[in-house]
Design a binder for this molecule. Structure first.
Ligand code: AMP
Length: 351
């Protein structure tokens, strides 16, 4: 159990790290943020920061010396960095969760082995792989890079067989996964946490609406039957146990089939706090950020009860300029991330 006064090291300096640092403060814990040079809105919320590259091992060693436990705000922490740090201080969630979730192929293989339902998928390393795979999935199908994809980046929809070469070229000839296209009705997510003693607690299922592949709105309660919601929560618990996970994680799912045919397919796992969980700051008994801090500190998890109906709107790009009108709305909680400049498609805040 981490004692108050100890220091949490966080890899990544964006809004998730910022909100983690803000959640650590009321517990009397300090944060030390490690991030490469750039706009790092988390720095100003932390006791200390290191501005260095993720492969600067001297800087990583100094960072490890100064912290008591290490976590991260993004799943693309290089494996060498995670291994180097975990030889020095506990890294939570552990390197296994990172290794599984930073490669879409290993993530899907893991989900299949765990017996969870997901769209058919195939590993793609060549044009002939792709042609053989679309014969199985049918068209349309979704081609995704195995690594470094987010917010719809690193993926293309293949609609006709003759598009195969250009789809591979568009993804830079990188190793990919082809997935059957899922004609989903809705997208939902489960944010859950697993404590060091194995206790798992989840927040209510979130319903997520995207615009231009970026999360635009999260609504609770989600529109799905109690039995579908129970399935989604059970899948999250299975994932947590099979990964021996410690911390908060997110499972994104597709809702398919109407009425009594309704069910969910797992899309992906994020080994971290998530944009669709920002509503928990004011909308739940414990926020996802406080929950993550509790879990990685070896503390008991907080209660996850939702306090009411919730709508979370992301403020993307110029939408953040509307902050004054938002302040005037009753019941609205404004969060601005303190980023240096507004850019198109950039997450500037949320309400
Ligand atoms: P991902 O990066 O895998 O979360 O995909 C980003 C978004 O693309 C998802 O939130 C869906 O809206 C859409 N998408 C991804 N995979 C599929 C699929 N197999 N079928 C239909 N839509 C998909």
């Amino acid at each position: 159990m981490l004692q108050p006064g100890k220091t949490i090291g966080i890899l990544g300096g964006g809004q998730l790290a910022r909100m983690l640092a803000m959640a650590a403060a009321p517990f009397g814990l300090h944060c030390h943020i490690f991030a490469p040079a750039g706009d790092n809105p988390a720095f100003e919320m932390a006791h200390a920061h290191s501005e260095a590259a993720y492969d600067d091992f001297d800087a990583l060693a100094r960072f490890a010396d100064r912290v008591d436990v290490i976590t991260y705000e993004f799943e693309n922490v290089p494996a060498a960095t995670a291994d180097f740090l975990s030889a020095r201080k506990p890294v939570r969630p552990g390197p296994k969760a990172l290794a599984v979730t930073q490669d879409r192929l290993s993530e899907k293989q893991f989900l299949r082995q765990a017996g969870l339902p997901l769209a058919d998928f195939f590993a793609i390393d060549s044009l002939s792989d792709l042609e053989a795979a679309i014969a199985q999935t049918g068209l349309p199908a979704v081609l995704k890079t195995r690594r470094m994809g987010y917010d719809g980046k690193g993926q293309v929809i293949v609609k006709r067989p003759e598009e195969c070469p250009q789809a591979l070229a568009a993804l830079g000839g990188r190793s990919c996964v082809l997935e059957a296209f899922v004609p989903f009705l809705r997208e939902v997510s489960v944010i859950a946490a697993r404590a060091q003693d194995g206790t798992v607690r989840a927040f209510d299922v979130c319903e997520n609406r995207h615009r231009h592949h970026i999360l635009s709105q999260t609504v609770l309660p989600a529109h799905l039957t109690p039995s579908t919601a129970a399935k989604a929560l059970a899948y999250a618990a299975t994932i947590a146990e099979k990964l021996a996970y410690v911390g908060v994680f997110t499972v994104e799912l597709f809702v398919v089939g109407e009425h009594d045919q309704e069910t969910v397919l797992v899309n992906e796992i994020a080994p971290r706090v998530h944009n669709s969980g920002h509503w928990t700051i004011e909308g739940a008994q414990t926020s996802q950020f406080a929950q993550h801090i509790r879990a990685i500190a070896g503390w008991p998890l907080g209660e996850t009860r939702r306090l009411g109906r919730v709508v979370m709107d992301n403020l993307v790009g110029e939408e953040a300029a509307g902050w004054a009108q938002i302040l005037a709305q009753e019941g609205a909680h404004l969060h601005l991330y303190g980023k240096a400049e507004i850019r198109q498609g950039r997450k500037m805040g949320h309400v």
